[in-house]
Design a binder for this molecule. Structure first.
Ligand SMILES: C=C1C[C@]23C[C@@]1(O)CC[C@H]2[C@@]12CCC[C@@](C)(C(=O)O1)[C@H]2[C@@H]3C(=O)O
Ligand SMILES: O=C(O)CCC(=O)C(=O)O
Ligand SMILES: [Fe+2]
Length: 367
């Protein structure tokens, strides 16, 4: 009798071989496709996605406007070498090009925070047209031994590139955080002296999630990554020069396709940042669509608090004489609230809101 092939862990096999599909199978066909309720529009005129040059003296003002109106912006002038970004894209493409059984060695099992597999916080009726891999940015070497158990050149090259990316993004994260504090109206002295601000900057935790969106024979029936808000503070998205990320703009609701100019990073604000800023800066509802011609890679770098740090609205963000609009919560607690909210079709941030008898003081929109 032939020996049976090794069985991949259950969570490791959510994908059909998307690259060779000639049609979108029923498992991946979204009933009304990505243009379900709202049209997709180009980022022009009043839908032009804000661009912020982080080195510009007016960066704090530009960030404040973008964070209030969009919850997202394109970041330029950040100084991350193009060589690093190109290396990341190359390595991610190589990782996803490995045979399915090799990727399955690193399959994320239920309850695990890292590994190859479906995005952990999205529970959807249909499958998405993408492959993903999540890991803590500080643990690249341990994590990727699962893919390359014997180490070797491929493994070492992958780790070197990811670690360099992590160093660059972590430093940029601290720098942008100070710009955000400036955007809230804090002076450089107040930022330097602020205990809470310092704690947040020093403890920022980074998680990386690698996305591959293979080209799709019927993009109008498929979804790359379903609409969601990120849960942490803010996310840097490195993307291939192939558009696919969309942001929801309200009134009338429409999906704005974010351009992908070479060298620009996308910054997306998360729910805990909305909470930290007492609702002044908002998280952005976003998703990724796919296309017929080209594979697309995106590498979100999620920054948020360590698991044991309770996040509450910053004193500097609460108007004088008003109460904080939200109760304090840790990131894992927030994930639990969001899970519950998703099941109830409610807003997790609204569930954390504290009653205030005064007039509107930072009430979050239901994303
Ligand atoms: C740090 C994280 C953010 C994330 C959950 C995670 O622990 C790791 C994966 C992230 C991701 C990527 C795809 C969309 C998303 C909603 C998901 O299901 O997994 C985000 C999560 C998030 O921002 O909450
Ligand atoms: O692919 C993209 O550009 C977006 C990815 C994203 O939103 C995510 O992984 O959370
Ligand atoms: Fe996201």
């Amino acid at each position: 009798m032939m020996p049976s092939p090794p069985t991949p862990p259950a969570a490791a096999a959510p994908y059909v071989e998307l690259r060779s599909a000639e049609r979108v199978p029923d498992t991946h066909a979204w009933p009304a496709g990505p243009d379900d309720h709202h049209p997709s529009v180009e980022a022009v005129g009043r839908d032009a996605v804000p661009v912020v040059d982080v080195g510009d003296p007016g960066a704090a003002r530009a960030v404040a406007r973008a964070a209030e109106e969009w919850g997202a912006f394109l970041l330029v002038g950040h100084g991350v070498p193009a060589r690093v970004t190109a290396g990341v894209e190359e390595q991610v493409a190589r990782l996803f090009a490995l045979p399915a059984l090799e990727k399955a060695r690193a399959g994320r099992r239920p309850g695990e925070a890292s590994g190859y597999g479906y995005p952990p916080a999205l529970h959807l009726p249909k499958r998405m047209w993408s492959e993903g891999y999540t890991f803590p940015a500080a643990a690249v070497r341990a994590e990727f031994r699962r893919v390359w158990p014997d180490g070797g050149d491929e493994y070492l090259r992958f780790c070197d590139v990811m670690e360099e990316h992590h160093r660059e993004m972590r430093a940029l994260g601290g720098r942008l955080l100070d710009v955000f504090f400036g955007a809230l109206g804090l002076t450089a002295d107040q930022i330097a002296a602020g205990e809470t601000e310092r704690k947040i900057r020093e403890t920022l935790m980074a998680t990386m999630h690698l996305n591959l969106y293979p080209r799709c024979p019927e993009p109008e029936r498929a979804m790359g990554l379903a609409a969601h808000t990120d849960s942490g503070f803010f996310t840097f998205i490195t993307q291939s020069p192939v558009p696919g990320l969309q942001l929801l703009r309200r009134g009338p609701d429409r999906w704005v396709t974010v351009p992908a100019p070479p060298g620009a990073l996308v910054v997306v604000l998360g729910d805990l940042f909305q909470l930290l800023t007492n609702g002044r800066f908002r998280s952005a509802l976003h998703r990724a669509v796919v296309n017929r011609e080209r594979d697309r890679i995106s590498v979100p770098y999620f920054l948020g608090p360590p698991a044991d740090l309770a996040v509450a609205p910053l004193a500097s963000a609460v108007p004088p004489g008003r109460k904080a609009a939200f109760r304090a919560v840790t990131w894992p607690e927030y994930m639990g609230v969001r899970e519950k909210a998703l099941r109830m079709d409610a807003s997790a941030l609204a569930m954390l809101q504290v009653e205030d008898e005064g007039e509107d003081g930072g009430v979050p929109p239901k994303n």
